[in-house]
Design a protein around this ligand. Structure first.
Ligand code: 13P
Length: 343
């Protein structure tokens, strides 16, 4: 392992004013996204959609890296260029989702465990050869009566730590993603408590497996009430609670924290990140974005599967990327939302 190299990649992923595009939807997830715009999920349509995102001129000002799915890492653009080369040419770092999704955790009350550790070292070596310099593994935790259980927390944290160790042995930076779903009616305080327990367990397991924190990126959700909770916390409350829990749990050796959007609206995902950085300017780690839906919802809709809409969809994507880039600098303002007008 070359920790200096890993740290350099991690620093690049969270460079000032930049964040990550999560475009690593699995085949079944991208099918859902495409069917929402009435486009069949063929290999060609998936390619055209992602090529539209990757060729957006100027995205590299705000986007440091893109998380890819296995198919995309190997895929060529319409003109025969590898999609990875398009990213590299712009100075955008290619990354790869390596987990194999979730299964029910035996012995639990329907909780989930992420799979994909078997043979991962071999896959990782190939991914490095194909150009990936960072990876992602997503653990999924659910808040409900007594959940997440200690069993689910420990099992998922240990899988994350083992994955991270395999990444580092192959000189790939692991994005460590313990996602706590927003499903349910839990309040902000519950989200805070569960996030705290989760992050403590994750960092305990990372230490147990000798993962070098200078060479990881943490990808948590924000501390936020459940989707169907009646009491909605303000932007400042979410920002302050999230920063408070991170200060308690995340060692300063970690170069950066890149949030998932988790089903928040585009605007709120930007506003929350912006408020964290504006209100807490001197944190030990960079706070930025690694959004899937909150970066893609607008360009996906504008594109609609039509080549004639590519330029307009790219403008929509750049708008969201720029606003999130500003949020990473603490310079997001709600009034900037009005600057984009669809053609
Ligand atoms: P969302 O931002 O849509 O939550 O996706 C990010 C991600 O990579 C989830 O694993």
């Amino acid at each position: 392992m070359n920790l200096k190299e890993l740290n350099k990649i991690a620093q690049g992923m969270v460079a000032p004013g930049k964040g990550i595009l999560a475009a690593d939807e699995s085949t079944s997830t991208i099918e859902k996204r495409l069917s929402s715009i009435n486009v069949p999920s063929t290999e060609e349509n998936r390619r055209d959609y992602r090529e539209m995102l990757f060729t957006a001129e100027g995205a590299e000002k705000y986007i440091s890296g893109v998380i890819l799915y296995d198919e995309t890492l190997r895929q060529k653009a319409k003109d025969g260029t590898q999609l990875v080369d398009i990213l590299n040419k712009r100075g955008i770092i290619p990354g790869i989702k390596v987990d194999k999704g979730v299964q029910t955790l035996p012995g639990s009350d329907g909780e989930k465990i992420t799979e994909g550790l078997d043979g991962l070292g071999k896959r990782m070596a190939e991914y490095h050869q194909l150009g990936a310099r960072f990876a992602k593994w997503r653990a999924v935790l659910n808040i409900a009566n007594g959940k997440p259980s200690r069993q689910a927390l420990v099992a998922n944290a240990e899988a994350l730590a083992r994955y991270a160790g395999i990444c580092q042995a192959n000189n790939i930076v692991p994005i460590v993603e313990p996602e706590i779903l927003m499903d349910g009616d839990h309040d902000l305080a519950t989200s805070f408590a569960v996030t705290e327990r989760t992050l403590h367990t994750v960092f305990e397991m990372l230490a147990l497996h000798n993962v070098q924190l200078e060479g990881i990126i943490l990808k948590p959700g924000m501390v936020i009430q459940g989707e169907s909770c009646k009491t909605v916390a303000s932007v400042h409350e979410v920002a302050d609670a999230t920063v408070q829990v991170l200060k308690r749990c995340v060692p300063s050796a970690v170069p950066g924290i890149a949030f998932l959007s988790g089903g928040q609206s585009d605007e709120l995902a930007s506003a929350h990140l912006g408020a964290m950085n504006a209100r807490h300017p001197n944190l030990p780690w960079a706070l930025t974005f690694s959004y899937g839906r909150a970066l893609q919802a607008l360009p996906l809709k504008l594109w609609g599967g039509k080549a004639a809409n590519v330029a307009n969809a790219q403008k929509g994507y750049l708008h969201r990327a720029r606003l999130n880039g500003l949020a990473a600098l603490g310079k997001y303002e709600a009034k900037l939302e009005g600057e984009f007008k669809a053609a």
